[in-house]
Design a protein around this ligand. Sequence first.
Ligand SMILES: CC(C)(COP(=O)(O)OP(=O)(O)OC[C@H]1O[C@@H](n2cnc3c(N)ncnc32)[C@H](O)[C@@H]1OP(=O)(O)O)[C@@H](O)C(=O)NCCC(=O)NCCS
Length: 194
Amino acid sequence: MPPRLGQVEPSGGFDIRVATPDDATAICTVQAQTWLATYPSEELGITREGLRQHLEGEHGERIADRIAWTRMRIEAHATEPDGGCDFVAVLGGEIVGFTAPFVEPGGRRRVGALYVLPRVQGSGLGHGLLERNLAWHGEDQDVYLMVAAYNERAKGFYVRHGFGFTGQHGEDKLAIDGVVMPELEMVHAGCVIR
Ligand SMILES: CC(C)(COP(=O)(O)OP(=O)(O)OC[C@H]1O[C@@H](n2cnc3c(N)ncnc32)[C@H](O)[C@@H]1OP(=O)(O)O)[C@@H](O)C(=O)NCCC(=O)NCCS
């Protein structure tokens, strides 16, 4: 069980800032640790080892590529700021969460990624990162995301932040252990002030 409110030190003692290319390694570490804690499913046959191999490769051969790709993404966002942005949550000097809003080539706005290290979940970081993500898009914009269908915690979190299900299923077809991870689409409808 991740610590809940009151069991973790900081409640608001974190800082959220725009990522720099040198944050790529820490971002990938947060992503990997959070994936391994979140996505195994005995029922579906998605194992921690299958997830690890997807992220790292059997012998860690994918790690450098993931870090390089993340670094390139951050650099690309710096030169084309309308395309996306990476934000990191920093606590005690350590990157403990990140979010990466972006705009698809067709113009659809997406939350992109939202990950908080398990040991600091439940202390408001996810809330702060999501607010920053939606603010980057602008409050009048519809913002979409895909959530693993069995990720009950995240689904509840998003519903409590104003997201609703569109009825669409994921198209990414990400397969772990030969099992396609089921995904559901959600949207946060922009409010247009007239
Ligand atoms: C989903 C996720 C991003 C939420 O981040 P988090 O830091 O745990 O979220 P918060 O602490 O802001 O909010 C979680 C709960 O803590 C409570 N909370 C505790 N302290 C709080 C504070 N200081 N301020 C606001 N809420 C607080 C909230 O009530 C909230 O309740 P809810 O989730 O039932 O609505 C995080 O759990 C995570 O990374 N999960 C694994 C990866 C994942 O599922 N990512 C989403 C992929 S689509």
